[in-house]
Design a protein around this ligand. Structure first.
Ligand code: ACM
Length: 273
């Protein structure tokens, strides 16, 4: 099984151009699963709900037709971040598209910063998708800061976590996702974007350095900070089913849920500074 990512700089409000770019990457790729950044269709730095409304698409709308054809020809599944239009508003979502079209959607659970003004918080839970004999889950960017998110997927048996991102905090995402790989013993495809956006007096610089990590935390491939790159690696997904770090330490069967459960409803208390 080959998994991969495409790191690039989506152009703001140039949906058709971004889709063409994404489709060309699918045609060039030898991956079974290829992951693209967060908001890869639209760009990220929205300054009003009106801009979101103009950019938002239905996950199974006609925009997927060319992409589905390319996925069919390559025998490939793709995960792409986009602003989702739904009957009850907008979501920061990622869709899974395969040779037969739209397979499923994940809506970002942990919204970041001004996203909270434009998007609803994800309400589809952490769904698991079974393709090509493999279970995969999707998280989006800031979800990486919450270990619970990856753990919810890992407990459902995913071997691969696909992670469309627009990371802006230096190094955090590259570090945390490597740790999440280790603590959950899963493969992790971090597909970040590059470049910067300057709009409405605001500026964001994206950190690139997309990477794929293995269940033992090894970085299997990593992109540069600024380059557009298409990276793929061969993996054995079954290695994500072994949760042992030594013959006597299984990270999953050794969990102490009897202890953790005492704290699930604890009110957050911060120490006095
Ligand atoms: C982020 O969640 N886009 C930082």
């Amino acid at each position: 099984m080959r998994i991969g990512l495409y790191q690039f700089a989506p152009e703001f409000a140039k949906t058709e151009k971004n889709i063409r770019n994404i489709t060309e990457a699918v045609k060039r790729s030898d991956a079974d699963i290829l992951v693209f950044p967060e908001m890869a269709l639209s760009g990220y730095l929205f300054t009003s709900r009106e801009e979101v409304r103009r950019a938002a698409v239905r996950p199974d709308g006609p925009w997927i037709n060319g992409l589905r054809e390319a996925a069919d020809k390559q025998g490939c599944y793709v995960v792409i971040g986009l602003p989702e239009l739904s009957d009850d508003g907008f979501y920061n979502s990622a869709v899974l598209i395969g040779p037969d079209g739209h397979v499923g959607t994940y809506r970002k659970v942990h919204l970041f910063y001004e996203e909270k003004s434009y998007f609803g918080a994800g309400n589809l839970g952490f769904p698991v998708f079974r393709i090509k004999g493999l279970s995969l889950g999707i998280l989006i960017c800031f979800d990486h800061m919450y270990p619970e998110a990856a753990r919810c997927l890992a407990l459902q048996g995913v071997e691969v976590i696909c992670h469309p991102s627009n990371l802006v905090l230096p190094e955090y995402g590259q570090l945390t996702t490597r740790v999440r790989s280790i603590e959950n013993r899963v493969f992790w495809i971090l597909a970040n974007r590059t470049g910067s956006e300057e709009r409405g007096g605001k500026r964001l610089a994206y950190t690139g350095c997309s990477q794929i990590t293995a269940p033992d935390g090894k970085i299997l491939t990593q992109a540069g900070e600024k380059e557009e790159e298409l990276l793929t690696v061969e993996i054995d997904p079954s290695s994500a089913c072994d949760k042992r770090v030594t013959p006597l330490d299984d990270l999953f069967s050794d969990r102490r849920t009897d202890v953790y459960s005492r704290y699930l409803d604890t009110d957050v208390k911060c120490p006095d500074l």
